[in-house]
Design a protein. Structure first.
Length: 194
């Protein structure tokens, strides 16, 4: 019985290691690629974090053409092609699709009306915006449920959640966005713990 349990644990560990290395290989494949930002990104100097924090001063607009210069397990280095400015995105590289797309049309900017595009350009969230529009505008939320950090969440898992929390800084929650039927029902900056 002991051997059976050890064998099962080894098999689970090996499958996890193999699947992680395959994901890392996929992320590594974007090194040297020219991609586009999927969302507006905020930066502190040359650092971009896995979540957008409103207090950060640097700004990289959605749809910006970038060149991926280096990929590690927990970071992606990229250069903005227009300016040559280099950044380091501190996020799990396996989830690069939360931040970059290969084709500019995959962002979906062509489907956004003029008024909503103004919200996107100002990183605002308003009732009636779709999840995709909010994601484009504000980027990756810090949490996708109370206490559920988005660090390990795939883009699909984020999009499946109906509650997103955005931070002003590393720990202060700034905004709660509640979705109903795929659109913003409520966006509030007056957060109360449940």
């Amino acid at each position: 019985m002991k051997k059976m349990i050890i064998l099962m644990l080894c098999a689970m560990l090996a499958s996890g290691v193999l699947s992680n290395s395959l994901s890392a290989m996929d992320a590594k494949a974007i090194e040297g690629e020219e991609l586009f930002t999927r969302t507006n990104l905020k930066a502190q100097g040359s650092k971009v974090f896995f979540q957008n924090m409103s207090k950060l001063k640097g700004f990289i607009p959605v749809g910006t053409a970038v060149g991926i210069t280096k990929v590690g397990k927990q970071y992606i280095k990229f250069k903005v092609l227009d300016t040559g400015k280099q950044y380091k995105l501190e996020a799990l590289s396996d989830f690069y699709d939360r931040y970059f797309v290969k084709n500019i049309d995959d962002v979906g900017l062509q489907n956004i009306n003029e008024k909503t595009m103004q919200y996107v350009n100002n990183m605002q969230v308003e009732p009636g915006m779709t999840k995709e529009e909010v994601y484009i505008s504000r980027g990756c939320p810090a949490f996708i449920g109370w206490g559920i950090k988005s660090w390990f969440a795939t883009l699909d898992e984020i999009m499946s959640s109906n509650t997103w929390y955005y931070n002003a800084g590393t720990s202060k929650i700034e905004m709660l966005v509640i979705f109903e039927n795929g659109v913003v029902k409520e966006a509030t900056s007056k957060i109360k713990k449940p």
